[in-house]
Structures are given as C-alpha cells and as structure tokens.
Design a protein around this ligand. Sequence first.
Ligand SMILES: NC(=O)c1ccc[n+]([C@@H]2O[C@H](COP(=O)([O-])OP(=O)(O)OC[C@H]3O[C@@H](n4cnc5c(N)ncnc54)[C@H](O)[C@@H]3O)[C@@H](O)[C@H]2O)c1
Ligand SMILES: O=C(O)C(=O)C[C@@H](O)[C@H](O)[C@H](O)COP(=O)(O)O
Ligand SMILES: [Zn+2]
Length: 369
Amino acid sequence: MKAIESVRVRLDVCPENRSYPIHIGQDLLTRVDLLLPHLPTRKAAIVTNTTVAPLYLDRLRATLSEAGVETFVVILPDGEQYKNWETLNLIFNALLEHRCERKTPLIALGGGVIGDLTGFAAASYLRGVPFIQIPTTLLAQVDSSVGGKTGINHPLGKNMIGAFHQPQLVLADSSTLTTLPDRELRAGIAEVIKYGLIYDADFFDWLERNITQLLARDAAAVQHAIRRSCEIKAEIVSLDERESGLRALLNLGHTFGHAIENAMGYGAWLHGEAVAAGTIMAADLSSRLERITQQDVERIRCLFEKTGLPIQGPRISPERYLESMQLDKKVEGGTIRFILLNRIGEAALVNNVSASVLSETLSACIANE
Ligand SMILES: NC(=O)c1ccc[n+]([C@@H]2O[C@H](COP(=O)([O-])OP(=O)(O)OC[C@H]3O[C@@H](n4cnc5c(N)ncnc54)[C@H](O)[C@@H]3O)[C@@H](O)[C@H]2O)c1
Ligand SMILES: O=C(O)C(=O)C[C@@H](O)[C@H](O)[C@H](O)COP(=O)(O)O
Ligand SMILES: [Zn+2]
C-alpha cells in the first residue's frame, strides 16, 4: 500500500489585517472624512428599506456624491419576515444589473435586518466583496453591526443560513435614533442589558441607575450605552471571532428568544423583546441550578420591566419551545446548551441541563394567558 501524503493549506503566511473601526457619535452621516478611506472605488451600492430610505438615504447619498462616489440604491421591503432568500436575491439581482465588481462596496443603511441581509450578500456575491455598516437602530448600533455575523432566517429556525463576514467600517450615527419608535428603542436596550449581565457588573449597575435617561434618549446616556456595548462586543469578537467558546456568551437569552421569534412567526415579537423574555428564562434556569440567587433574578426582571420589555415568554406549549430550541446553533450531539449566569456580570456555556429543570423554567416563565 502506498504511504499517505498530506499537503497543508496554510492561511497564516500572510495574515490580512481585518481590523476595523466603529465610529459612534452624532451627525456622522455627513462625515465624508470617516467614510472615504473605506471606499476602494468611486462606485458603491447602498442597501436600505422602505422605512429608512425616506429618512436618511438622501443625506448619505449627498455625502458620498460630494466625495465623488456614485451610488445606486437597493430598497427592500421592511420587516423581519423579509430576512429570507427571496429578499437576498433582490440584492443579487441589483448587484448584477449594475455590474458590481469585486471591489464595489455594499453599504447597509438600516437596522439589524438590513445589516444581516447586506452582510450575507457581501459575503457571497463574487465570493466576497467589501461592506460597510451604517446602523440606524439602537439594536444595530450596539450589537448587530459589529462582529460579522450575517445571514437570513429559515422557516424552521432563526439565522440558520449565513456566513461570518466582517465589515470594513461601522458608522453609528446616534442622531438617527431620534426617529426610532419607542418600541424599537426598548428592544435595543435588551441587548445592552445583555452586555452588563455577561461581562460587566458595573455597567449593569449603571443601567439600573440610568434607565430613565436612556429611555428619554438623553444624548450622554445613549452615547455611553452604545460605546460600552461596542467595547464589550469588540473585545469578545477579537478573542473569538467564529464562536468557538467565549463568543457564545453573546447568545444569552437567545436559545429561548429565537424559539419565541420562530414559533410566533418572524416579526410578531421583536428580536430584542424575545431576547428580554429569553434572558429572564435563562436567569430563572440559572437560579434553579443554584448558580445565581433568587434576588439576582428579581433584579434582572425589575430592570427589564422598567425598560418596558416583556418579562414572560408567550403562551406556546413547552413542546413547541423545545422543538424550536433543538435547532439552536449551540446544540451539540443533539443536546441543547445554554448560556447561564454565574453572577451578574459573568456567564458560562452549560452543557448538562436536565430536562426536568428546563421544564420547571418553562412552566414558571411562560405567560398563563
Ligand atoms: N448579526 C448580529 O450579530 C445580530 C445581532 C443582534 C440582532 N441581529 C438581528 O438583527 C435583527 C433585528 O434588528 P433591529 O432590531 O434593528 O430590527 P430592524 O432591522 O427590523 O429595524 C427595526 C425597525 O426600525 C426601522 N428603522 C430602522 N432605523 C430607523 C430609524 N432610524 N428611524 C425609524 N425607523 C427605523 C426599521 O425599518 C424597522 O421597521 C434581527 O433579525 C436579529 O436577528 C443580528
Ligand atoms: O454576535 C453574536 O455572536 C451574537 O450572538 C449576538 C446576538 O445578539 C445576535 O442576535 C446573533 O445574531 C445571534 O447569533 P446566532 O448565531 O444565535 O444566530
Ligand atoms: Zn441578539
């Protein structure tokens, strides 16, 4: 028998530098100096939706035009229910019709749905083109525009098809939040609370003290919340870009939350609302496993309640929750793994949660009516 020979594909010879800045502040849509260094060509595609286009598209186009960058626009229907193959294909059609090349950047102007769709289009069009995130919801500014998770939903599960593809720049213009509906602002705060819970007890304390200012859109409070959230996410992503360990902590509340979004029909519950209820379920489970105290659970519940977020899961049967949770991306060998709290400010990925304790949490945290 011939000896086996092996050849190695080395990708570490000339590591490309994929670091990128997140700029946070007011009126950044007009800052040509921040955008221009990240535009390799004089042509760019802007992807947005029917709600955001009338609000911010002209401003962005004028800035780019001033810099001599010609843009064309893809305007998508608005809603989580459109984060799917059909909508993705609308982006590909436009890119092909406009003869976009390998260096033509895609610019996502909108919330997390636009960012995830545009990022996935950028990851797969011509096997990868550059992209820029210009997030216009709080949720997108604190979370979805950072870290390079892109993708679409499947009828059977949230974000089931996608790719890791990092943006070249994130431009978080907090002035755009002035037009954001209150319900969407509250949904974004759910992910902000998540950072305090998994990584920074002082930040959680700050949120408890400043939740009223944040809900009132006080500029300094909003700026601090976005900056601290982005710092935490950037640190985690830098240490574990592809979620082999640490990054999974960013999924606190999402095992339950994604099941809620899927079972209720995409868009019925906002992502942040589902994450809020899911985080309370994860906290309840953590206390049943004696990792955190009942007082901690109450503290967490109280902050979500003050924010005006749901503190119970919707009335879906426990079987339906379990069916949907089986499709969570953290499932290994058929076992659902949960992000649980060790204390406020520290979380861990836990493998061995018994079916009986999980069923106690579901019974305790699902609304009765
Ligand atoms: N990739 C990631 O790491 C990541 C992280 C968190 C969430 N997500 C995904 O992000 C999505 C949720 O994002 P979202 O909460 O931004 O929802 P969204 O994108 O649906 O935006 C919420 C609503 O606000 C509107 N809108 C956006 N900006 C506005 C503005 N400035 N003024 C007025 N209206 C505005 C949108 O048109 C939409 O109707 C989910 O699909 C979730 O799975 C991804
Ligand atoms: O960036 C991450 O990693 C996160 O998990 C952030 C989450 O807030 C976000 O909702 C993400 O899209 C969920 O990832 P998934 O891998 O569970 O789909
Ligand atoms: Zn999320």
